[in-house]
Design a protein around this ligand. Structure first.
Ligand SMILES: [Zn+2]
Length: 359
């Protein structure tokens, strides 16, 4: 029988290798969730709960503040990059090394080695982050057991190259339709061309000047772009419909409603006959001015950066909890066949978090 135990006395780098050699592609996390649950239940200072393949552990010391350390335990599909391999330069290679078993290892080490933290701690290990949002374990816990996620500040140990990344931008995909009237293209004057009618939309996109707002000292960069265009019936027909799909990446000082209203406003006089929201995930304010966040940044050092992509920090933000990304992996190496992480960064991340929570 294979050894399925997790030894939390291993250092975070060695523990990362152990977690990586415990494959957990999205949808197959159960054995790893079982191992994490078993290892955490052996720690008398933690209360452990489980919902599906999501494991939540917490201290209950009555501290003034509660901090959440969260990470997903799934990975993207394996790409001939298991088992893990440690090279002479201290770089650990393999699926999930960067995104984000190195972060999960740091969480587990803090859980095991800081029994009396200066802030109460909640550790969240969740499944299905790398797949569609409906399956996301953090979302399921937030819906079914919101009380488990209460806290003053959350740190997501997603790869951020050992720097603090605050908040995240929202992403809105909208379909902009134009309509015309079909006719034979030999007698085009008898119809009206919906593709031509989309020209003002494209002109507006080309001249659009995105904002670069500064929020909590971080500069965000918005973007409004066409990502798809479709129209046409046949080679001899004047088309009666055209759809331009636009993706609006917006700074977190706009609400979801305001983002939709902005797209309507930008294209108000461009002949759009229908606006449809195709996909939407709101942003998250960095919340760096919150005392718990400020104390964290001071303790771990470095200069916080904005997060342009969308991450689960926005889920915490929706619960009213300021959240940042802070993990040892380099985000540019996530999901790659040659995914890897510097073990020195894992150990440094563990050390900084421990210092912050024991100071
Ligand atoms: Zn990730």
């Amino acid at each position: 029988m294979p050894d399925t135990s997790l030894d939390l006395t291993l250092d975070a780098a060695t523990l990362t290798a152990r977690l990586v050699d415990f494959p957990s592609v999205s949808g197959t996390e159960k054995p790893l969730a079982d191992a994490i649950e078993t290892a955490l239940r052996a720690l008398p200072h933690l209360t452990v709960d489980r919902y599906g393949n999501n494991v939540i552990a917490r201290t209950d010391l009555g501290r003034a503040e509660r901090v959440i350390l969260a990470g997903h335990i799934d990975t993207v599909p394996i790409a001939d990059n298991l088992p893990s391999r440690l090279d002479d330069d201290g770089v650990l290679w393999g699926c999930g090394t960067c995104d984000m078993k190195s972060g999960v290892a740091v969480q587990l080490r803090i859980a095991a080695t800081v029994p009396a933290p200066n802030r109460d701690l909640t550790f969240v290990f969740y499944d299905n982050e790398e797949v569609e949002a409906e399956r996301n374990g953090l979302r399921h816990v937030a819906e079914a057991r919101p009380e488990w996620l209460q806290g003053d500040f959350a740190v997501l140990l997603e790869p951020s190259d050992g720097e603090v990344e605050g908040g995240c931008q929202g992403t809105l995909r909208m379909l902009l339709k134009t309509t015309g009237e079909r006719a034979h293209s030999a007698r085009g004057w008898m119809g009206s061309n919906a593709i031509h009618a989309a020209a003002p939309i494209l002109a507006r996109l080309a001249s659009y000047e995105p904002r670069r707002p500064v929020i909590d000292g971080l500069e965000y960069r918005e973007g409004l772009n066409a990502v798809r265009i479709g129209g046409g019936v046949a080679g001899n027909v004047i088309p009666d419909e055209c759809v331009v799909t636009v993706n609006f990446r917006y700074a977190p000082d706009r609400t979801e409603e305001e983002a939709i209203a902005h797209v309507h406003e930008v294209f108000a006089d461009c002949g759009v006959t229908e606006f449809v929201v195709d996909d939407h995930s709101g942003g998250a304010l960095p919340g760096l001015s919150h005392p718990a966040a400020a104390a964290f940044i001071e303790a771990v050092g470095g200069t916080p950066r904005p997060k342009y992509g969308w991450t689960d920090v926005s889920r915490f933000s929706a619960l009213g909890i300021p959240a940042v990304n802070y993990g040892p992996g380099n985000p540019h190496l996530a999901h790659k066949r040659d995914e890897r992480v510097e073990t020195a960064k894992i150990l440094a991340g563990e050390e900084r978090l421990r210092n912050w929570l024991t100071a």
